[in-house]
Ligand binder design. Structure first.
Ligand code: NAI
Length: 726
């Protein structure tokens, strides 16, 4: 007997009295918590109560590939503070309906057939028993915090009661970890993992047979929250560390979600279940109607999806698989790239100038795999198979048959050109030719190649095997075919590709350069170095600005500047310069402090290269007590310097997509996550684009022309537009 009880959930009852609730939203590829679903859950609760006496138990599963996708983000992103009441009421209605099913007195089992993230896992949490199918790619968890939200379908209330406050926060709520079924089992998120759908459903029925009167632990007499409540001495001693750690982690940046999660968990643990749910709903309503959640949802959900699904991939080019990659240069980047390729199942020929250097590159993969093995993340057999795919060599002839080349030799134009000319006739005749240069124009590197249309920039970030982004740079002569193949290669590595056009510094290196310059300019204005670092942290940057420049070495911006200056002057234009330049020059020429590699930069380093402290000479040589730049201005100067330059990148067609800009800035160069990326920051700025333009003009007045808003931005602000991809 199968009837659609409501638009989104099927009620299927067998002749033994077991009801299977099949989550199956019509005309949608995934189940989301929209109005149809909210209505359906209420209808299901009512029917379950009405037929209670004839039901033996309930199995909840889904007809889609995923179990349940969670909140309807398209809907959520439109919420404004005026909707608060409606959102709160709607949320409470779903919670009450789930609660009615949970307290029916009959066993309820979640048969989690695919990904159960956010709302999906919350539905499963309301069940007495959770069985996850070990489906490929399936993930379980509550990632709301990564979208600036908190789980508001009972997720905070129930994980705290299931795992205890500390574990709920650390394992589930604060990081938003997405677990594989096996790891979800290890961490107590599910009770069982099944290998096949049949096994999953058999076990669900077995649970119902064995537990005719199931109830949740927290609805059982004498129940106590594992690990205690904040009033128990052990936890009371532990709890103050949480907000302190959060502050340290977030650096004072405006991330309301983790703080709200913490508050909802702690407050909710001290009251009864129903009140805890109300508390959770109240915090959620505050978050979902605020700007940060909109920024993060736009970027980490919609933009990321657009980018990964190929919005910037040239249309109509059929996919062609890369099987064998040549990685040229087995240094830091080459080694990481080779490992990433081998991990994705590609055969890799890793070439350096000597066999020893090439072997050292492969040793990087060995080291990473040893760690993975120790943590139980791989097996000996998989490790051996992966290592066998990497062939280190010094012999160019070994590159025969490679259908893609990724070059990562020293950052030197002549060397790179020579390396490509040497191998272009050895590799497959139509091999894709990629350079991992971080600064050199792609057009110049392609000079002298017989197939410039196959040549493209593939800019990885360090460490290449861990950083999720790759910036694809099209040279003037790069063809669509090469662009599409590069895109597919990056996706095959499990990474996110953005596509930009060739220009000095491309998009990412150019824009992060503005951040670094601004930090140095502040120092040059006489501001305390520690305050400069603090401002970056409070703006939400993951790293300190002066420390980052030390890592990259101070001679790098100087070399880039000298080249840019030469190019400007050759083109007959006047080099305007940047107020950071004289500071860098003094650091390099007068003090010989070029950064961490030299053991001395803005910071002092110990013999192991660990940062000891800011160099006291900075105060002596650059600080003037007379300077008074408000903290807000310091933070905004960094954020504006980058976002304004991103607009210029759009104007100059270096960027062709807003999503690429946002994702590139977030995943590649550490633009603060709460902003939703360089262009979303402008969209979400107080007062929208007009507010941002007014503030840019103010900063230009106070600190220099570089903050003058570009024409494209002014025009958009006047038209009432925002930055979006059509
Ligand atoms: P590295 O100095 O660690 O490695 C360069 C390697 O190239 C060395 O092992 C060297 O022996 C080898 N090499 C030199 N000439 C060669 C030749 N003719 N044939 C084969 N191998 C040769 O440098 P790193 O940091 O790995 O950088 C490599 C490239 O990646 C550079 O273009 C750099 O700009 C770019 N890049 C670097 C990033 C970083 O964070 N270090 C980030 C993104 C790109």
């Amino acid at each position: 007997m199968s009837e659609p009880i409501s638009p989104a959930i099927r009620w299927e009852r067998d002749d033994t009295g077991v009801v299977t609730l099949v989550l199956d939203a019509p005309d949608q590829s995934a189940n989301t918590m929209n109005q149809a679903f909210r209505d359906s859950i209420e209808a299901v609760a009512a029917r379950a109560e009405a037929e209670r006496d004839s039901i033996r138990g309930i199995v909840v599963t889904s007809a889609k590939k995923t179990f349940f996708a969670g909140g309807d983000l398209k809907e959520m992103i439109t919420y404004s503070p005026g909707d608060a009441r409606r959102i709160f009421e709607g949320g409470m209605a779903v919670k009450r309906a789930l609660r009615r099913i949970e307290t029916l007195g009959k066993p309820v089992v979640a048969a989690i057939n695919g990904a159960a993230l956010g709302g999906g896992y919350e539905i499963a949490l309301a069940c007495h028993h959770r069985i996850a199918l070990d489906a490929p790619g399936s993930r379980i968890g509550l990632p709301e915090v990564t979208l600036g939200l908190l789980p508001a379908g009972g997720g905070v209330t129930r994980t705290v009661r299931l795992l205890g406050i500390a574990d709920a926060l650390l394992k589930v709520l604060l990081q938003g970890t997405r677990y594989t079924p096996a790891r979800a089992l290890e961490n107590g998120l599910v009770h069982e993992v099944a290998a096949t759908p049949e096994e999953m459903l058999d076990r669900a029925r077995a649970f119902i047979d064995a537990h005719p009167e199931s109830r949740q632990p927290w609805d059982t007499k004498g129940y106590r929250i594992p690990g205690g409540t904040p009033s128990s001495p052990r936890l009371a001693a532990q709890l103050p560390a949480f907000p302190a750690n959060l502050t340290k982690q977030l650096g004072g940046a405006p991330f309301p979600a983790p703080r709200a999660v913490l508050a909802a968990a702690v407050e909710g643990s001290q009251v009864d279940f129903e009140t805890a749910q109300t508390i959770e709903a109240r915090y959620f309503t505050g978050l979902v109607t605020g700007q940060t959640a909109k920024n993060m949802t736009q970027a980490f959900f919609f933009d990321l999806q657009a980018v990964n699904s190929g919005a910037s991939r040239p249309e109509g080019v059929p996919p062609r698989e890369v099987r064998r990659v040549a990685v040229l240069g087995a240094g830091m980047m080459g080694a990481g790239i080779a490992y990433a390729c081998a991990r994705a199942g590609l055969d890799v020929v890793l070439k350096d100038v000597s066999q020893e250097a090439a072997d050292r590159g492969r040793a990087y993969a060995e080291k990473q795999l040893a760690k993975a093995l120790a943590r139980g993340r791989t097996t000996e057999a998989d490790r051996d198979a992966l290592l066998a795919r990497i062939t280190p060599t010094a012999d160019p002839a070994a590159l025969a048959g490679c259908d893609a080349v990724i070059e990562a030799v020293f950052e030197d134009t002549a060397l790179k050109q020579r390396v490509f000319q040497e191998i272009q006739d050895i590799v497959a005749p139509d091999a894709l030719l990629c350079s991992n240069t971080s600064t050199l124009p792609i057009g110049t590197l392609a000079e002298g190649l017989s197939r410039p249309a196959d040549f493209i920039g593939l800019h990885f970030f360090s460490p290449a095997d861990r950083m999720p982004l790759v910036e694809i740079i099209r040279g003037a002569e790069t063809g669509d075919e090469a662009t599409a193949r590069a895109f597919d290669l990056v996706r095959a590595l499990g990474k996110t590709p953005i596509v930009v056009n060739d220009a000095r510094g491309f998009f990412t290196s150019r824009v992060i350069g503005q951040f670094l310059n601004e930090g140095v300019a502040l120092l040059g204005e006489g501001i305390e170095p520690a305050s400069v670092e603090q401002a970056a942290a409070q703006a939400g940057y993951p790293g300190k600005v002066l420390a980052l420049l030390d890592e990259l070495t101070l001679t790098l911006p100087r070399r880039i500047r000298d080249e840019a200056k030469r190019a400007e002057e050759e083109a007959g234009r006047v080099w305007t310069g940047h107020p950071a330049e004289w500071v860098i020059d003094r650091m390099v020429d007068e003090f010989g402090r070029t950064g961490r590699a030299a053991g001395a930069g803005f910071y002092e380093y110990d013999e192991n290269g660990a940062r000891v402290r800011l160099w006291p000479g900075l105060r002596e040589h650059f600080c003037t007590d007379a300077t008074d730049v408000p903290f807000r201005d310091m933070k905004e100067r960094m954020l504006f310097a980058e976002s304004l330059d991103a607009v210029r990148c759009l104007e100059e067609s270096v960027l062709t997509s807003v999503a690429d800009a946002n994702i590139g800035s977030l995943l590649g160069i550490g633009f603060p996550a709460w902003t939703g990326g360089v262009l979303q920051y402008i969209n979400g700025y107080e007062g929208g684009l007009p507010g941002y333009v007014a503030r840019a003009r103010e900063l230009a007045e106070l600190y220099g022309e570089r903050f003058e808003p570009p024409a494209l931005l002014v025009a958009k602000a006047e038209k009432g537009d925002t930055f979006t991809d059509a």
